[in-house]
Ligand binder design. Structure first.
Ligand SMILES: [Zn+2]
Length: 445
């Protein structure tokens, strides 16, 4: 029986096939990524989980991945994601992954950007394969009703029975994920829960060798993680990956339309012209321009975030348009005595930073660390803003700068003179004093 609705799709039989990739079935979302490296898989999996937690809408799936790719510096490991829309099955493919729906192929391999399609119901069979990977055979004993497993392909076979109910009801496991990805819960919950999901644990078919594919993956993953830690000047901006709309794929012959053609709930959205912004800040060096996106309520945001840092609205529902704007404060540093320092400028931290020429020149503001322990250097460390990142740099301090990153067990001493991008909830210890970095403290202002 063909699939004729989102509900049918959510209850369809999913058969995983062997290969060097990661398959996730999260509520109505199916995702196959061409990597088994949890770090490389994580961002794609997180978005799939977030979409599933919000009901698994195909439009949200497509927009979120488009936003991710348009702001990514490095190529994805290749992935395909599918989720239902009211009128059909939404398919998003990036890189060398092939999606076959009722015998017709969609591949990201020949496309400069990604490929997105809405395939109208009914849909009979769907097969997704990584390169050099065969689809599961008809007599495969494997089934994936929900979860994350290693796999190189998957099939939704024609005429297979539907499950009695969706495997992961939106009101069970996934809201925790949605909550974890927004607001304060991010401090403790987000990375941990997704890490667990990202580690394939379920037994699966043996994987055939696929050397050419695997060889590329660690390098791509490493690059992806260097991003944000090594930028010297400009913030991460799209490098050659164009924003939608993508061009129709000519060799797809079946009836399908672009997701961007079925926008029915999109609001008019016109960011201010770039030039106008630039003129406003020309005479004020303290206001630095960054590339970002506006939320629906016109708050300017880091293009990498899924939720607005001011009002918390889901950014994925917004058309992603990268524009230049004045960088808003990137959070606050809260000292253990309760004093708060807004991160709208760079700071010198230390026993007596005020005399430093970089303070008098206006380049930095002082953040005095008063401590009787005699372990604080005159200028001990500094905080700089780069793009949307807050970077802590140890100033070759005698007694060291210590950081405690959420979800990690221990305080770690920064190697002298090194730098570290602060994530929400990171604590910093200098001498006997503790500072906390909070990116959400500005949310009420
Ligand atoms: Zn907002």
């Amino acid at each position: 029986m063909p699939l004729t609705s989102a509900d049918d799709w959510s209850r369809a039989t999913v058969v995983p096939g062997p290969g060097e990739g990661t398959l996730a079935r999260v509520g109505p979302v199916a995702l196959l990524v061409g990597s088994t490296d949890p770090t490389a898989v994580k961002p794609y999996l997180e978005h799939a989980q977030m979409v599933a937690a919000n009901g698994g809408q195909g439009r949200q799936l497509v927009r979120g991945y488009a936003l991710m790719l348009s702001t990514a510096v490095d190529q994805s490991p290749g992935f395909a994601a599918l989720a239902p829309h009211s009128t059909g099955l939404a398919v998003f493919v990036d890189g060398d992954v092939t999606v076959t729906v009722d015998g017709e192929q969609i591949s990201g391999a020949d496309s400069l950007a990604w490929v997105e399609r809405l395939i109208p119901w009914p849909v009979s069979s769907v097969t997704v394969t990584l390169p050099l990977t065969a689809a599961p055979t008809d007599d495969s004993p494997y089934r994936l009703d929900g979860g994350v497993v290693p796999a190189g392909s998957f099939t939704v076979p024609a005429n297979s029975p539907l499950m009695k109910a969706p495997t992961m009801a939106p009101d069970t496991a996934e809201p925790a994920m949605a909550e974890a990805m927004s607001g304060d819960a991010m401090i403790d919950d987000s990375s941990g829960s997704t890490d667990e999901m990202a580690v394939p644990a379920t037994p699966v078919p043996p994987a055939p060798p696929a050397p050419e594919v695997v060889a590329d993956i660690p390098e791509a993953a490493a690059h992806a993680h260097d991003d944000g830690h090594v930028h010297d000047a400009p913030p991460p901006v799209p490098s050659g990956r164009p924003l939608p709309p993508p061009v129709a794929d000519e060799h797809v012959s079946f009836q399908s339309v672009l997701m961007s053609d079925v926008d029915d709930d999109i609001d008019d959205f016109e960011p201010l012209p770039i030039v106008e912004h630039a003129e406003q800040v020309m005479d004020d060096a303290a206001q630095e321009m960054v590339r970002g996106v506006y939320c629906k309520n016109r708050h300017f945001n880091d293009p990498r975030v899924l939720f607005c840092g001011i009002c918390g609205i889901n950014m994925v529902q917004q058309t992603p348009v990268l524009v230049s704007g004045v960088r808003p404060p990137l959070g606050v540093i809260v000292l253990d005595d309760g004093s708060v320092f807004q991160l709208d400028t760079a700071y010198l931290l230390g026993r007596d930073p005020g005399a430093d020429s970089r303070i008098t020149s206006g380049e930095f503001r002082p953040l005095p660390i008063i401590d009787q322990s005699n372990q604080v250097s005159r200028v001990h460390a500094r905080l700089e803003m780069r793009g949307w990142d807050v970077v802590l740099i140890d100033n070759n301090s005698t007694n060291g700068t210590f950081v405690h990153v959420p979800k990690t067990p221990d305080w770690v001493r920064m190697p002298p003179g090194t730098e570290q991008v602060l994530v929400q909830g990171t604590r910093v210890r200098i001498g006997h004093r503790t500072l906390a970095f909070n990116t959400h403290a500005g949310a009420s202002s």
